[in-house]
Design a protein around this ligand. Structure first.
Ligand SMILES: [Zn+2]
Length: 210
């Protein structure tokens, strides 16, 4: 069983890379956002607990999240390995994750230029109907304001504005730096320049994963 841990500030494209790794190598992508949504939808005991916490506007604790990760990696569809996307975010989470045994663990830090991320995210448009993503800079829709896939209305997400993006990046750096350092000292950490297209970045990841 192999565990890949993808680090990278919001907008670095780690979610896309996680999907590509799953497609080609069968390493299941685990994102805590997806786990939370799945538990809530399933109405499990954890799901009900999490729902109540979120309805109060509170953060789901590390303890609950790590419990969900533990349950997820035990499921039958995970045979070769898995990729953590967006977790661990903190040193505590990194230590907790280390307690789930694997044969090999590799952490990859996707480095991006903050200005490039801000530019990419502020020019992003999302379809209200099918969630397809466009970009006024490099993937403009054929008809302005309308989705190529379904004709739905395109909108800018509320949190895709410069101020919010910069503050998300700052929070990420501050929280996650100790976790990255932990991997640098206790495991294998590769740093990858995440400029370029998803295919170009994936080619670099494949060199590491192979
Ligand atoms: Zn659409």
């Amino acid at each position: 069983m192999i565990r890949l841990v993808l680090f990278g500030a919001p907008g670095c494209g780690k979610g896309t890379q996680g999907d590509l790794l799953e497609e080609k190598y069968g390493y299941k992508k685990i994102s805590t956002g997806d786990l939370i949504r799945a538990e809530v939808k399933a109405g499990s005991e954890t799901g009900r607990k999490v729902k109540a916490i979120m309805e109060k506007g509170e953060l789901v604790s590390d303890e609950i999240i790590i419990e969900m990760v533990k349950n997820r990696v035990k499921q039958d569809d995970i045979t070769l390995g898995y990729t953590m996307d967006g977790f661990p975010r903190t040193l505590e989470q990194a230590k907790a994750l280390s307690n789930i045994p694997v044969e090999r663990e590799t952490a990859i830090f996707l480095k991006v230029d903050e200005e490039a991320v801000v530019e990419r995210l502020v020019s992003r448009l999302t379809c209200k109907n099918c969630s397809a993503i466009f970009n006024t800079k490099n993937k403009a829709p054929q008809k302005e304001g309308l989705c190529d896939e379904c004709g739905g209305k395109l909108e800018r997400r509320k949190d895709d504005n410069e101020e919010t993006i910069r503050s998300r990046i700052a929070v990420y750096k501050e929280q996650t730096e100790p976790a990255v350092k932990y991997y640098r000292e206790n495991s294998t950490l590769y740093e990858v320049d995440a400029a370029g297209t998803p295919a170009e970045i994936f080619a670099k990841l494949e060199e590491i994963v192979k």
